[in-house]
Design a protein around this ligand. Sequence first.
Ligand code: SF4
Ligand code: SF4
Length: 267
Amino acid sequence: MSFTQNKIRQSTSQGLKVLKPEDNFKFACHDGLDCFTQCCQNINIFLMPYDIIQLKNGLQISSEKFLQQYTITLMGKNGLPAIILKMKDDDEKSCPFVTAQGCRVYDSRPWACRIYPLQPETTKITEKAGRQYYSIMDVPFCLGFQENKVSIVREWIDGQNIPIYIEMEELFKKITMNEFLSDKKIENKKIQEMYFMACYDIDRFRRFIFESSFLKQFEIEKNEIEKMKYDDTALYKFAMKWIEFGLLGQQGLKLKPEVMAAKKKLT
Ligand code: SF4
Ligand code: SF4
């Protein structure tokens, strides 16, 4: 159910078939198939910040606990951390959430598991033109492709609740795909730690901004501050703006005039 599965390869034997949103494909996954849950083992699933919010809320645990119990942190080439789901230490290297009955976090499962068997085929040009293309993953052992259920790509995407994941991912990509970082490596441990907290450890980030003088530095609408107290998505959006401001020098946030003046005095 994940596009990063080791056993998965892209369909190249007959050329890559690109699907548009109005195209259809044949696939169904259910517990009557011999392959049921086979795809939930020995896989690398990268977790995006919004995946972590959904998973920790689905499991009703804090982001700290989720990260500590279920994830591994990798360091990217640009010096920024990325998160993968930690597989179990059993012979199959099973996903920690798979059971004989299927996925126990089904409603909050990660984007990668939701979108299967599709995968986006986007380039900068198609993105700019607002066009979406997909391909079907080639997973030899997946019997779902032999089922007769026909789905339309657009309906599949909507039915799996993918649009909100795409919307949240776009905010994250504005940072990770930013040209500024393309030839840089962040070495500063403090910046790496702040980035990790704001992107992935949202409950700790909430304490960080509400239990310090942090918010007093910026001009932020009262409503936005109130919302961030309880709404993880609102807090995540703010976190992305803060990283853009602090790491990329962009102007999504505005310092208060007195803070600006104090900073000027120091320089
Ligand atoms: S049909 Fe495919 S996605 Fe469903 S359980 Fe089998 S291998 Fe996994
Ligand atoms: S999160 Fe659920 S769907 Fe995804 S690999 Fe784990 S058990 Fe399978």
